[in-house]
Design a protein around this ligand. Structure first.
Ligand SMILES: *Cc1c(COP(=O)(O)O)cnc(C)c1O
Length: 451
């Protein structure tokens, strides 16, 4: 174990890391990063196949974003956001509101900044609930969420996570949400995101019918539905169909249930459009953003709020939204966010994406065809997933850990979700690096799961 690793283990507690695994896979000290490449302390280059936990949009160390951060930190590092404001926060909000999805009924009017995805979800939950209190609907105090959903780690956000396993350790502390069934299209292809004329994929499933029935039966007590549009990333990249999402939004509108779209993982080009909700042609009441918002460089989050939603909060000071975070609207993070949006324009990132999406689809299908260990293969935008036959995994049951180790030995960062390997690289990954990602994935599957 290296000197840095020893010092790390003496003082640090890492997220999503078991103490028992530290000997086998100590956190790897990284020295620097550029594009999709991380460089460790020994100078080894490691291909970042998952955008460092779904954050990296334009790659690491993008010169335009780095320069914007340097200019901003030299001018104004931070000022409290209650009673003060500044140009980066204003301009980023203006740009986000101009770019955000809209439909016949909804456009966004306000942005509330925070500093992590979980916080942006808390903001949305509290806005929804407090607006009910202020409009004399105190019975609407419950949230609906989808089974298998993931919305963050703080107690409010954890309560709307739709997996029993995540909630279980803290169940005594959580509020009581209503969980709706969700369909699953294990062979989802990117083309399935096109809804066509009416409702798209997933709208006519039994899960959709049951979800609608539950919303109808509980509408009187529901304030909002929380949903990750199109992909439940943390739940093994479950893709539930654009039509299912459309039908949920339309049902909630009919029943006066707010819709909170958690686009923390899927916004900023991940699905091929700037926002995933654009595929559905729907603009939810509240839209949560984080991960890629700063280009994946600094912690920044935002909740976009439907125009008019603020009305009940006006008037008497006692009606103010009761929520604040110390680093709300930090200027350096906002400057990074603006720079990231500028890179989208300057590099025509979204126009160039279809070629890479098609390449990923070809590599993924070929890999699935050649490996009997792969039982499912799916994709939406530049998110590709391969589910493996667990029965062929290691005897100790630690399939994902073994795959991760085997990939790292080949200088590739993969972090499978249980039995599911996924690719989620920076959007500007080049063709050679994407091919390398597929090649190593193929080798790793064969090494860990002999045929
Ligand atoms: C990562 C994530 C969150 C939580 O964001 P944090 O910044 O880790 O608090 C919430 N929802 C989704 C869909 C996410 O992917």
């Amino acid at each position: 174990m290296s000197e840095l690793s020893r010092r790390d283990q003496a003082v640090l507690w890492h997220p999503a890391t078991h103490f028992g695994d530290l000997e086998r896979t100590p956190p790897l000290p990284i020295h620097s990063a550029r594009g999709v490449w991380l460089t460790d302390e020994d100078g080894r280059q490691i291909l970042d196949g998952i955008g460092s936990w779904w954050t990296s949009i334009h790659g690491h160390g993008h010169p335009h974003i780095v320069a914007a951060i340097q200019r901003q930190v030299a001018r104004l590092d931070h000022v409290m956001f209650a009673g003060f404001t500044h140009e980066p926060a204003i301009e980023l909000a203006e740009r986000l509101l101009a770019l955000a999805p809209r439909d016949e009924q909804v456009h966004y009017g306000k942005v509330f900044y925070s500093d992590c995805g979980s916080a942006s979800v808390e903001v949305a939950l509290k806005l929804s609930y407090q607006s009910r209190v202020l409009t004399d609907q105190p019975r609407r105090r419950r949230f609906a969420a989808l089974q298998r959903s993931y919305h963050g780690e703080t107690l409010g956000a954890l309560s709307v996570c739709g997996s029993e396993a995540w909630r279980e350790p803290f169940s005594a502390l959580l509020h009581d949400a209503l969980y709706l069934p969700v369909p699953s299209f294990p062979a989802h292809e990117h083309a399935d995101l096109q809804p066509g004329g009416g409702y798209g994929l997933g709208a006519d499933t039994p899960e959709a019918d049951r979800a609608v029935a539950l919303l109808e039966a509980h509408a009187h007590e529901l304030t909002a539905l929380v949903v990750e549009p199109l992909i439940q990333c943390a739940s093994r990249m479950n893709m539930f169909g654009v039509g299912f999402y459309q039908r949920l939004v339309d049902t909630c509108r009919r029943l006066d249930i707010h819709v909170i779209a958690d686009e923390i993982a899927v916004a900023f080009g991940r699905t091929g459009k700037l926002f995933a909700s654009e595929w559905a042609g729907r603009a939810p009441d509240l839209l949560c953003l984080s991960k890629g918002l700063s280009g994946g460089v600094l912690p920044l989050a935002a909740t976009l709020i439907r125009a008019g939603f603020e009305a009940p909060f006006q008037g008497d000071p006692a009606r103010s939204f009761a929520h604040s975070h110390t680093f709300t609207g930090n200027p350096i993070t906002c400057a990074a966010g603006l720079a990231s949006l500028e890179v989208f324009e300057a590099e025509r990132t979204l126009d160039r994406l279809p070629e890479r999406v098609a390449q990923m689809a070809a590599l993924r299908r070929e890999l699935a065809d050649r490996h009997p260990q792969v039982i499912e293969s799916r994709q939406a935008g530049l998110v590709g997933a391969l589910t493996l036959d667990r029965a062929r995994g290691p005897a100790d049951g630690r399939l994902s850990l073994a795959l991760r180790e085997a990939a790292l030995a080949r200088q590739v960062l993969l972090r499978p979700l249980h039995d599911t390997i996924y690719w989620m690289p920076a959007l500007n990954i080049d063709a050679a690096a994407l091919s390398r990602l597929a090649e190593v994935t193929s080798e790793v599957i064969d090494e860990v799961m002999p045929r």
